[in-house]
Design a protein. Sequence first.
Length: 169
Amino acid sequence: MVVRVHAPLPGASLSFFVRRLRFAVPQWHEDLKSALQRAQQRLSQTRVDGVDWYWPAEEDAARSVPQDTVRLLAPFDPLVRDRTRFELLWGWVYPFEAYTPAPKRKLGYYAMPLLWRDRVIGWGNLSMKNGELKSEFGYLEAHPPHDRAFKRELEAELDRMRAFLGLGS
């Protein structure tokens, strides 16, 4: 189940999740090593840059086609929660700075990674001011994508956030 939610999952993360089972089902403690080995045998896998990656055997990784979609990802979203995996997938370190003193923050209080198609290209900070949703974005490159679809989809994501907050469009 964990691999379905978090796939693709690097080997170190798969091992971490299996080891955590010792807290949920302590009677399995002696069986966790063999459980990890069975999982590794059942799952589809490949090695990329020295890292073993796992995903459910029935998934066809080659069939995944990026959509023109923008998503703001919460810091504990399955795509973001495993910071090691996040860094391996997108090549940058995402710090959760809500507990960092304001002068030391680099991205913002509750910066959310910004997913465009199949890449995390930056982050967004959302806040409310005078009953309106305010947004600020930062990008790994100096500027946002110049693609019209990106602008349209970013506005659609902000509209979804307004609807979630009960603000309308």
